[in-house]
Design a protein around this ligand. Structure first.
Ligand code: G1P
Length: 275
């Protein structure tokens, strides 16, 4: 079924400067694990084991993180410190990584289009690792894969957000089909409160059918002069079907300092296991 997952990781992370001057924002740790590893673990849990990363300049640490570090392995082999490598060893043993570079930053839609060669002609997941999603049972991507099996069309994850935050998101309008599942009829990227068609905001988890690539090719630049995935998804919804799914779980906006700190405290108190 769905085996591939795309991670657009070319963004600058300006909100975390100077920390992100020479280090990718996706490598910032939530306690002891880089943000991007949480996203990759969520994809693997959903069976999406072919991981494609759309990277850019200054992002090599991400590729290195998912590669073998022989010197480190040699140093700590057989010592009590080996336990610290357990999670990344498991990720590397269970997934395969491919990388491509987005040469110019032209928006999320453009980043996805750059991943086309890694994906080919099959449905795929997208994880924006800034959005850290933690769930008690199945992860968000697993929940969405289950839904895809039933409906076989593109799906966006959504959450209700308060009025003052609505301008930060893509916002949908939809007809409720079942509890928490909407058929999308409209979508606006980062609207003002007056323009927003609802309070249902898109969170950084998508399942996309491969026709999205040719739709993006025909999508003109939108909000902020960037090619927006939201605009391409609206075109897809108008010609066929796009679902919006209110996922079960908690989302932290790790693209903002406040959300990052909140996630750190939450993981430290609820998930992290000290020695
Ligand atoms: C992107 C999308 C937006 C979505 C958001 C979720 O925006 O363009 O539609 O709501 O991710 O985090 P970004 O936050 O990358 O500007």
């Amino acid at each position: 079924m769905i085996k591939k997952c795309l991670f657009p990781v070319a963004g600058y992370g300006t909100r975390f400067l100077p920390a992100t001057k020479a280090m990718p924002k996706e490598m910032l740790p939530i306690v002891n694990k880089p943000l991007v590893q949480y996203g990759v673990e969520e994809a693997i849990e959903a069976g999406l084991v072919d991981i494609g990363m759309v990277t850019g300049r200054g992002k090599r640490a991400i590729a290195d993180h998912f590669d073998m570090n022989y010197e480190l392995e040699h140093q700590i082999s057989g010592s009590s410190k080996e336990q610290y490598l357990e999670s990344i060893r498991s990720v590397m043993g269970n997934a395969h990584f491919s990388f491509t570079r987005q040469v110019e930053m032209r928006g999320l839609g453009d980043a996805i289009l750059n991943g086309r060669r890694l994906i080919g002609d099959e449905p795929f997941g997208v994880v924006l690792s800034d959005d850290l999603c933690l769930c008690e049972d199945d992860g968000v991507m697993s929940q969405m894969v289950q839904l895809y099996k039933q409906f076989r069309c593109s799906i966006v994850a959504i959450q209700e957000v308060p009025d003052e935050l609505i301008h930060k998101f893509g916002v949908i309008k939809g007809e409720q089909m079942k509890d928490g599942i909407y058929s999308v009829t409209d979508m606006v990227e980062k609207p003002s409160l007056e323009e927003a068609p609802s309070n249902l905001a898109i969170i950084g988890r998508y399942i996309l059918t491969p026709d999205i690539f040719s739709i993006i090719e025909n999508t003109p630049p939108g909000k902020n002069g960037e090619v927006q995935l939201t605009d391409a998804l609206l075109a897809q919804a108008k010609n066929g079907c796009v679902l919006a799914y209110k996922f079960k779980g908690r989302r932290f906006d790790c693209g903002s300092v406040e959300g990052f700190v909140e996630a750190t405290n939450y993981v430290y108190e609820n998930i992290y296991k000290p020695e």
